[in-house]
Design a binder for this molecule. Structure first.
Ligand code: PLP
Length: 253
């Protein structure tokens, strides 16, 4: 059985962060490993509080895990502090980790900052060169590329800029633009993944998508194949959701 590691935030509601990642890994037949980089207090109405895991303890989790269980793919989600980014970059290099997927989490749908001020800059400098795939949404791609994105053409320009930083494949998710939800995939050529736009708000959409990509990479898919299969997986999970009635919907995974 292939193994995937998520380095991400702890979400008590189970809809995002490392809990969501582990559930996706499991349902897609990959053994899940996890290291926690930040704690959050949240429910379907939003993120109320965040707290980082110390640099020493994030490092300790990975230093203990890695010599024993080397993952076939790694997903990086919420890194709250600069220290967290630096440690993760070091660990990827030290253990020569492969198939690294970065979901550059910056702000929650409810508007809470999930990354401190200098994290985007550091992600760009230290993590992007080590990634196989990055999966920013339009807001995150704007922050990382410095381009203001409001059209498909601008998504393509940002993808080219971000690929120059190192990743093999850049996937900019288009769910926040009007019209169909069209993701731009750039791996040297452009590809488009199109899906029906969903109404309402869903918790953990970006986490679920990038975790699925990670699981498919762990199983040996190419970047483009993993992206296509993850988009199909999303179409399936959107069909089964749980609504508490108080906030965003959850995927019934
Ligand atoms: N909490 C954690 C730990 C996350 O990693 C993320 C997003 O990546 C969120 C919350 C935000 O989720 P959403 O904006 O989909 O509610």
């Amino acid at each position: 059985m292939k193994k995937a590691l998520t380095i991400a935030g702890f979400d008590p509601s189970g809809g995002a962060g490392l809990q969501a990642d582990l559930k996706v890994f499991q349902i897609l037949g990959v053994y899940g490993l996890s290291a926690v980089a930040a704690l959050t207090a949240q429910n379907t109405k939003g993120v109320v509080a965040v707290e980082p895991v110390s640099r020493q303890f994030l490092k300790k989790q990975l230093d203990v895990l890695m010599p024993d269980l080397i993952p076939d793919a790694v997903k990086i989600g919420m890194l709250l502090t600069e220290d967290n980014v630096k440690i993760v970059a070091r660990i990827i290099r030290e253990y020569s980790l492969r198939n690294v997927v970065l979901d550059p989490v910056m702000i929650s749908s409810s508007g809470k900052r999930l990354a401190q001020r200098d994290v985007p800059k550091l992600l760009k400098e230290k993590i992007l060169p080590l990634c196989r795939i990055i999966t920013p949404n339009i807001h995150e791609a704007s922050m990382l590329s410095g381009l203001k994105i409001s059209s498909r053409e601008e998504m393509k320009k940002a993808a080219v800029i971000l690929k120059e930083r190192g990743p093999d494949t850049v996937i900019i998710t288009g769910g926040h633009l009007t019209g169909r939800a069209i993701d731009v995939v750039y791996d040297g050529s452009f590809h488009y993944l199109s899906a029906k736009k969903r109404h309402g708000e869903y918790h953990g959409t970006g986490c679920t998508f990038s975790a699925a990509i990670t699981a498919f990479l762990a199983q040996g898919d190419s970047g483009l194949a993993a992206a296509k299969r993850a988009k199909e997986f999303m179409a399936n999970v959107f069909q089964r959701t749980i609504g508490t009635g108080k906030g965003m919907k959850l995927f019934a995974i």
